[in-house]
Design a protein around this ligand. Structure first.
Ligand code: ATP
Length: 345
């Protein structure tokens, strides 16, 4: 039997402690809050869950193998009782999650201020995520059992690891496609790190950093976050030209998304704007971006495993489906829980 396409997510795993409060306490003040709930989280594991769920073609069948590589604290009861079961239930293989002695699993303490439209304040403690730092070991683990068709990365593990993996796996040597979502945003995104990247996915905030990076080399105006769209053709032309990135996707929240593809031999560019799918009621947008990345990466893995390369990948079709999935996500509450299964789309 032919092997299934493989996606490996190399990224963070966190436990989220979410406190709802009527307002944020002042210095020295103790305030009675409304509730505290504990959730599985982390940008890496959210996107792993999105890939895992997207791969379900029916409630019992998954056509893509999804693997998480990262680190948690050894003996962490929240990993054992919450995070690992959530990943497993979503069809994610956790055998490459290392349990590191003497450190805590990463945490995010999220304060939701109900008095100001549910605005979040987040304290992130990287913990074991900082131990995803042995580049040689990660590269050998990722190449020894056959290189995955797609590698998905974000910005919540140490920056030298991310940059080292990008420069290793973006080269043609390794016959894999990297999907990079630099979230939560790096303070700068060096174009040199994106050289030959297969797929870059950014939201509006991260997109502004790309304008800044391009501005250092080319004459380009940086627009406001609200007025990005008319400037995206120019930005992406420069990105294809300066860094040879094959596909750039900018997610635009309730306005949908923009994509641009440059095919390598002809350098021909195809681009388009896809409006967000209409939803009856937006309940919670947390995880919408991760859902999009997961669905796009899963479609890409299916293509690469069949064709052997990115060439011919229908970005528009994959983005339309990812857009539908993300719209489903915003109509449900929670992060991982709200991500739909592939057979629901
Ligand atoms: P998050 O950090 O919350 O995961 P993000 O900032 O990375 O989100 P967004 O650009 O806000 O990502 O949204 C990702 C995708 O989700 C959009 O491209 C769109 O497809 C979908 N989406 C977001 N908001 C809405 C909405 N109000 N209605 C329909 N679809 C939406």
């Amino acid at each position: 039997m032919a092997r299934k396409p493989i996606i490996r997510i190399i990224g963070s795993l966190n436990i989220d402690f979410v406190t709802l409060t009527p307002r944020v306490p002042g210095p020295g003040e103790t305030l009675e809050a409304k509730s505290m709930t504990v959730h599985a989280g982390g940008k890496g594991s959210n996107q792993a869950v999105a890939c895992g769920k997207a791969a379900y073609t029916s409630p019992t069948e998954q056509d893509v193998q999804v693997e998480m590589l990262g680190a948690v604290g050894a003996g962490d009861p929240y990993y054992a009782s919450l995070l690992k079961p959530t990943l497993t239930k979503s069809g994610v293989d956790t055998r490459y999650v290392e349990e590191v002695e003497g450190v805590q699993t990463g945490t995010a303490t999220i304060i939701v201020d109900e008095g100001s439209n549910g605005e979040n304040r987040i304290l992130f403690v990287p913990g074991a995520n900082h131990h995803v730092d042995d580049l040689d070991k990660i590269i050998s683990t990722t190449t020894q059992d056959g290189v995955p068709d797609v590698i998905v990365m974000q910005g919540e593990i140490p920056k030298p690891t991310v940059l080292g993996l990008l420069s290793t796996f973006n080269s043609d040597r390794h016959k894999t496609c990297v999907v990079f979502n630099p979230a939560p945003m790096f303070d700068t995104i060096p174009l040199s790190a994106l050289k030959d990247l297969a797929v870059l996915v950014v939201n509006e905030t991260e997109c502004l950093l790309l304008f800044k990076a391009v501005q250092e080399l080319r004459d380009i105006e940086t627009p406001s976050e609200e007025n990005l769209t008319p400037h995206l053709d120019r930005l992406t032309s420069h990105l294809h030209d300066l860094a040879s990135i094959s596909i750039v996707v900018v997610t635009l929240g309730s306005r949908g998304l923009y994509y641009s593809v440059a095919s390598k031999p002809t350098r021909q560019q195809a681009r388009g704007l896809i409006p967000a799918a209409k939803v009856a009621k937006v309940v919670d947008t947390t995880g919408a971006g991760d859902t999009f990345v997961g669905y796009l990466s899963t479609a890409l893995a299916r293509h690469v495993s069949k064709q052997g390369s990115l060439e011919g990948f229908d970005v528009q079709e994959a983005s339309l489906r990812a857009n539908e999935a993300a719209a489903k996500c915003v109509q449900r509450s929670g992060a991982m829980e709200s991500i739909p299964f592939g057979y629901e789309i």
